[in-house]
Write a protein that binds this ligand. Sequence first.
Ligand SMILES: *[C@@H]1O[C@H](CO)[C@@H](O)[C@H](O)[C@H]1NC(C)=O
Length: 151
Amino acid sequence: MRLTFGAIGLFCLVGLVQSHPFYEVANPDQIVKSIPAVASEFPYTTLLKLNGSLCGGSLIGSSHVLTAAHCLYDHAVSEVSSFNVIVNMLSVGGGGNGAVIRGVKNFIVHPNYNPNTQDNDVALLVLNSPITNIEPVVLPADTRDSSVRAQ
Ligand SMILES: *[C@@H]1O[C@H](CO)[C@@H](O)[C@H](O)[C@H]1NC(C)=O
């Protein structure tokens, strides 16, 4: 799968990305008008365990997770052996029936990510083996820019 960066369409997905690392589970009663997800309702929603920090992402292909650059900015690629990616789970504990766990072999932060302005706050994780039994999130079609596509 080749993914072309620098295109507007991808940034539509950033809304799916957890915007800040989190360490505590919020009390569900404190989330206004929330409805708990049921098992496998959003299987592509991805929990990232990044050597001590937690973040979120979206499975966008069998071997690729889209996340925020600020999740990875403080990490080195040499740390990937300590990273875990969990899809099809319902809690930050990452457990549950059908949860799928993978390691990470590489990550790529948008080359124009700006940690001061959060411009281009996008990054990709490359999994150490593909996830073939969970459907990735469907990317938006963008007919304005033919360079936007996942292959
Ligand atoms: C995880 O992070 C700690 C603290 O920054 C660092 O010392 C350690 O080497 C990292 N682990 C790996 C596997 O890189």
